[in-house]
Design a protein around this ligand. Sequence first.
Ligand code: GAP
Length: 539
Amino acid sequence: MEKLVSLCKRRGFLFQSSDIYGGLNGFWDYGPLGVELKRNIKEAWWRDMVTGHDELAAPAGAPTAYQMVGLDCTIIMHPQIWKCSGHYDLFHDFMVDCRESKKRYRHDQVRGRWLTAKGQRIFAATESGGADGKGEQEYIEAKALKFFNLRAKDAGQLAWEGELLSLTQVPDFAQVLAPDAKELGTLTPPREFNLMFKTYVGALSGEEGAAFLRPETAQGIFANFKNVVDSSRVAIPFGIAQMGKSFRNEITPRNFTFRSREFEQMEIEFFCHPRQSPEWYQYWRDRRYRWYLELGLAGDRLRLRDHHSEELSHYSCGTADIEYAFPFLAPGDFGELEGIAHRGDFDLRSHMEGKLVRQGNELVVELDAEGKPRHRGSGKDLSYFDDETRERYVPHVIEPSAGADRAALAFLCEAYQEDEVPDEHGKPRARTFLRLHPRLAPVKAAVFPLVKKDGMPEAAQKIYRALKPHFNVFYDEKGAVGRRYARQDEVGTPFCITVDGQTLTDGTVTIRDRDTLRQWRVKADDCVDEIRKGLAASG
Ligand code: GAP
């Protein structure tokens, strides 16, 4: 992971935001290559889910044919949206502060173990995943030894009890040795912390002007459901897709871009008849899982996991996560890439009637002490009239919700490879390369003159100009050709085209494949077709 992070910075994929001022935790900038990678991911998603979708035939596994349309909503919306969606009341994490180290942790992300030494029982804790390059057990053992003033060779004096526990399973913090503390009992009791960023609209700085940066793109889709139905000729079943920025004031942003405070989502709200919703849920789980496989994530590092009932969000009656074994996680652990949720009619009904809460098996409007709706809905009728069946109902929603930044990170982790290639003298040379899917590769081909003389640069520039209208290509004439290949391998360019002495006599060039290192000659005039063929074949 450290090698990948360093490559990302060195080659211009990702930079810490506000780097020149020391950085801002939880915010990341995409550099010249990173922006291309992320755009390619978003374009692949939009093309595969929206514009390329064939609405005339049912795709494999789908109960019927369906329509897909897109939307692009604002980041700041009416504050009532967040009240009815539940985010205003429920979108929070619990945090604990350490009085000694002044550090703040997410309550559920501190883990530790009970142990006794020198007659004293303590709970030694770490942030989940460990710290300082040490795994969880290694970190807490080192902490415990230090606390009891013992050396590594005295580790046998630590009598461990049970397995690693979450801090949420420890009712009293008096004996807790916090992750960065030297004393016991330095953690404050857990406090609620709403993750929405608050801002003020217009000149009103009081609560009347208060608004929030959206924590998900989904709500803009629900708020526009009626507009889309009334203005486009969509009929259920259909989906509305949106991608764009979301903001969450995460307590502990971490793991490179995995948990950031500003990130991009790619979300679909799929509206269907309640009777058909279980089949559609199944379809979207499988469809979205396949999408990552098709773009190159390996099946043994990607999994679909159904949520336990206690994990389900307040609105959900079924959720599965697509998860990836990110290399910064402990062996065997997976991190969420995308959630696919069956949201029932929760969102549309909340925006219609007022904020809903679950009462037994029923969803009912939440009332205040005086029996009035606590957060009023829009009052608009968001039900749907089915012309064919002459039925009126509130559609059920299946939501595949992906993160563009997490997808970019997973594709980068998967692509990172090291091997050995022969150098110009036939000696093995270590190489680092990104085996990115050609659809995702920031640069599709690089064009080199073998040397900077004899008309080779002019011939190479002609090829570059012929390719440029079709693909993102790169021209490089600086340094030894081996170094130029290495630079392109490192950023995942699938093909390198080299103009050499032979080009000047027979008009052919060499094309080199990043993954197989195969080299073959083609006519310079055929480069556009050859690269197009190569990209399609390796896709
Ligand atoms: N509308 C449902 C929703 O937003 P979520 O599981 O909270 O569900 C969906 O978020 C996806 O958004 C996640 O699977 C992840 O890819 C991405 N995501 C969420 N929080 C993120 C964060 N702090 N940083 C980067 N990506 C995040």
